[in-house]
Design a protein around this ligand. Sequence first.
Ligand SMILES: Nc1ncnc2c1ncn2[C@@H]1O[C@H](COP(=O)(O)OP(=O)(O)OP(=O)(O)O)[C@@H](O)[C@H]1O
Ligand SMILES: [Mg+2]
Length: 393
Amino acid sequence: MPDSHDLSEAPRPAVAGVAKAGAGGPVSSKGAETSQPAVEFRNIDIAYGKFVAVRDFSLSIRKGSFVTLLGPSGCGKTTILRSIAGLVDISSGQIMIDGRRVDDIPIYKRNIGLVFQSYALFPHKTVFDNVAFGLKYRNVPKPEIARRVGQALDMVRLPGSEKKLPSQLSGGQQQRIALARAIVFEPQVLLLDEPLSALDANMREEMRVEIKKIQRETGITAIFVTHDQEEALSMSDRIVVMNAGSAEQIGAPQEVYDAPATAFVADFLGKANMLAGTVSRSEAPTSVMLAAGQTVNVISPRPLASGSKVTVVVRPQKLSVGAAGTSNRLSGRVVSTSYLGGSAIYEVDIGGSSSIRANAPINGQILREGESVDLGFDADDCVLLDDGGQRIS
Ligand SMILES: Nc1ncnc2c1ncn2[C@@H]1O[C@H](COP(=O)(O)OP(=O)(O)OP(=O)(O)O)[C@@H](O)[C@H]1O
Ligand SMILES: [Mg+2]
């Protein structure tokens, strides 16, 4: 699982347009020029009583980057976020912020911005007072508060909303206020726990772009939590795929999508066809006899003994209808068709009670249930897993 060990992020040039502290914008990218990680988890465990919710979790987060913890419900995402803010204690390991152990920093002195799924605004306070909260708490002088609140509201594109009450705003607007409140005091790290899940689909997409833009403009280090793979793929510099309290794979979106390290990652991050089979020819090109009875050629990074059990992982988007010009062909019968506009998802029975899903552009006629079809894919468009579910490398 090589990717799981690659826990550091390569330094990149500082984000363009970064605001200077107290000058151009409400948030500065403190120390973006150094290579010291903004946040570092070193082998942390977190337990609730006897239940270990997070196990041996390590991650190094580059300053100014956007990292997403992605995983199913209960895998420990919120627990990890809460540990940075000091809202839950770690049982072992270390958490460092800007090179300093957080255990040494009292909770009230941790300079962290938080945005939750529920906007958690004070309902009886105005937008101004909601956003100003963290600044008043830090004894910032009044004129400076007014200036910074104004800047933060500009940034979330709600200028002039100071006097409104949260109840006079839409869900998306309330979430923008929550974001303004979290960035206004120039936190070292911004933590976002499923901030978009209470919004409708359109608003969610708009806010995705908005949050990403603000993060880029301010150069703030952001840790985002979601169980929505599309959100993770579209917003992140790095994704941490979590499973049962541990990091299963850490990598750039395309890396974890195209080269999943495990069966869990392949399955969780986007739909994947997982075709079980047995190696029938060990020398290149490696052939795999699928349980469904058909044989495919794959590229194995190392020789595999004949008879080894493997799983061939191929994304629905990599399958073409017709198999012209591809090195592999699977023949089957359409079980169901879902029309999506420019493309369609076909569920195709390929025998041996296996079905395969193809997401293909519609060129001409859309395929109907019961039609015979050949699906094609190239040998280098699939990933091979061993019988323990680990990518063969
Ligand atoms: N205060 C608590 N006491 C006991 N167990 C807890 C507590 N908080 C969380 N847990 C357990 O720890 C595990 C991780 O919880 P956590 O909230 O971090 O998951 P999550 O990945 O954020 O899930 P979700 O996507 O549902 O928000 C779960 O099994 C949960 O039941
Ligand atoms: Mg959670």
